[in-house]
Structure formats: structure tokens, C-alpha cells
Design a binder for this molecule. Sequence first.
Ligand code: AKB
Length: 318
Amino acid sequence: MTQDNILVIGAAGQLGTELVASLQNIYGEAHVLASDVRNPDERRKQLFPRFEKLDVLNPKALAEVIQKHKITQIYHLAAMLSATGEKHPKHAWQLNMQGLLHVLDAAIEFKIAKVYWPSSIAVFGPTTPRQNTPQHCSMEPTTVYGISKQAGENWCQYYFNRWGVDVRSLRYPGLIGYKSMPGGGTTDYAVEIYHKALFQKHFVCFLKEDTYLPMMYMEDAVRATLELMHADANKIKVRTSYNLHGMSFCPREIAASIQKHIPDFTIEYQPDFRQAIADSWPQSIDDSAARQDWGWQPAYDLDRMTEVMLSNIKAGME
Ligand code: AKB
């Protein structure tokens, strides 16, 4: 059996930082190459013993990295998220779409065994059923991020059907972890709130108190990603992207969960342009296809996540 060599593109982001560590545990540090458009900061220098600076919009550079490191699997995570995408729509489209196409073309050219590419609940829109959103339903995304993810899902399916590229994907809900901060998303409040609760005991929320959104603790998200990637190819029936559910809560409920540990924590609401994005997204997700096809089962609920988030952020402060 040939040794797998994994390339993670966009490794310095919120998901990449955690996924790289899990991939290192499975494949060994020597076989996981982290890459990002920027050089790593001091902390990530320690986390990424093998690193290449790489702009996925440069297909020649991508080809060189793949050949130099004999890459057999690619996790392509680089993307501009929903809120930042609305400020730079053309650039978001270019990065999210062209980046994916470069990776899929490279997968054909260099016979990459497996590709992972994240999609998002942002593929859904106002005409989508908002409760228990089905795997297959109306999708009319309102953000450029959502449009790019929806188009990307169809490209993935097309490359699989036409050229047999084994590309797999999950529609992530908002991801919440303590190891790194997200950047430019609409669900980011649910990470920031824990830091503000511990450091300032007060949080100004950019969404209204009763805005329910699908969310997931990072450990569940990383496990889902690896379970999908390690499933037998014949079990993967969805070649666009799988719905994935962890939990569903609103700002008022996450604040109440934090108050169980920090009773004097307070929250106020000042909704901004991200409210309209959140209002266009589902409140909860039906992920029965993922459960049936490759056995998905989330482990964390809101209170368990709150405990882990607060204790780990606190430990980092000491
Ligand atoms: C965002 O808020 O843009 C992301 C997402 C739901 O994909 N976290």
C-alpha cells in the first residue's frame, strides 16, 4: 500500500488549525502538509512542522506543491465566508469558485485519490424549509458565499460523475471551537461570546436574541469530516454535499447556558447586516442521509459544549 500524503489548503483557518492536528495523528506529521496564502504565525509554526505558502488561485504553484510532496489527498478549506463575502462579492466568488476548480482539475491531472471540500448551510435561502431542512429541497442562497458553495457542490458532483474524482463534502453549520477564532462568518458570534463572557462578562451580539441557527462543536465537525473521508466510496451516495446537524440554538439560549457558569454575564443585542443573512438560513437541519449512509452521530449538545469551551479558554488565560 502506498503511503498517503495529505495537503491541507487554507490550513491556518478555524477548521484547518484543528483538522491538521487530527490528520497528523492519523497519518503522521511527516505526511501532512499544511498550506495557506499567508505564512503561519508563531503558534501555527509549532502546529505545522510541514508548511508551504500556497495561493490556490495559482494553479502552477498548486501543481508544484502536489508534485514536490507526492500528494495523494487534498483537503481544500480556503474560502471567504458569508459576512466578508458580502463586502467583497467578486473576490469571494473568484476565491471560492476558481480555487475549487483548480483543485478539482489538479485532482484529475495528478490522480489525487480523495478530495475534501466544505460546503455550508449558506447554500440554503429564504425559499428553503427552515425547520429540519431536508437534504434535497429548494435552494436559493442570498449571499455570494452561499451562491459559490451551491455552485461548488454541483461542480463536485460533475467532476465525480464525469471524471470519477472522489470528492466528498459536508454542509457545515456554524462551527464553534476554542483553539482559534473564525473570521468573517455570520455564526461567529457563538465563538466570540465565550471569550467575551470570560474576559469582559458582557457581550454585544450582532444577531437578535431569538435567531436560531444550526451549530456544531468543532470536535464533532472534525470527526464528521474524517468519518466521511474514511468511509468506503460505495457508501457515499450524495456527491454534492451532505447535510450535517449538531445542535440548534439562539443567542438567548447560549447566553443562558454560559450564565450557568458565569451568573453575572450579560448580553445585549445590536443586530447588523448579518441578521438578514441569518434570517435567510435554516434553523435546524435534517441529516438523516449522513446518518444512514456513513453512520453520522453528533456527540455535543449546547451545555456540554459550553462547559468545554469555558474551561479550555480559561485554561489558556492562566
Ligand atoms: C458563516 O457563518 O459564514 C459560516 C458558515 C455557516 O458557513 N460559519
